[in-house]
Unconditional design. Structure first.
Length: 164
């Protein structure tokens, strides 16, 4: 299965594709969708969603794993990220691609074994689990690959539970 991981953001949305077969995971591709501050809000959100749809199609993904919104002190940025998440879910649903949302804590736990891991620990585990020589850059793409790995762990666990 090909998993599209997404680290949603208003200025930068990270994405990463992981091929998962059983418990074997390999990186396929990753990057960041950048928007410009000079773009209108609607144009930024539309551009991100359209780009995610194009990536999903080009990479032949079968499922999407996305980091869910978490509350911050800056409510206006959280609202914009929530809009990006909604637009991405809509775009992927038009392509019949299932989207599973995971909390930041769930992603950290799946990748490192500890839900309170810091960003560097998560990125180092992404490097190790996917066989990279260095941590994937930019950071948003490493976070997206972590989201994809989270789904791979979730799916493998579900499969084991269903076979019992």
């Amino acid at each position: 299965m090909r998993i599209l991981g997404i680290d949603p953001g208003y200025a930068k949305t990270g994405w990463g594709v992981v091929e998962s077969t059983g418990q074997l995971n390999r990186p396929v591709s990753f990057g960041v969708i950048n928007t410009m501050p000079t773009m209108a809000d609607n144009d930024r959100i539309h551009f991100i969603a359209k780009s995610i749809g194009e990536i999903a199609l080009a990479q032949q993904v079968t499922v999407c794993s996305m980091e869910d919104i978490f509350f911050t002190k800056n409510v206006s940025s959280a609202i914009n990220v929530a809009k990006v998440i909604g637009a991405a879910i809509h775009q992927l649903s038009l392509q019949s691609i299932e989207v599973k949302l995971f909390s930041p804590m769930a992603i950290k736990s799946a990748v490192t074994g500890y839900g309170g891991a810091d960003k560097k620990q998560v990125q180092e585990m992404v490097r190790l689990l996917l066989g990279f020589q260095t941590i994937p850059k930019p950071d948003h793409s490493a976070d997206a690959l972590a989201a994809a790995l989270c789904y791979a762990v979730f799916n493998a666990t579900q499969s084991r539970m269903n076979s019992v």
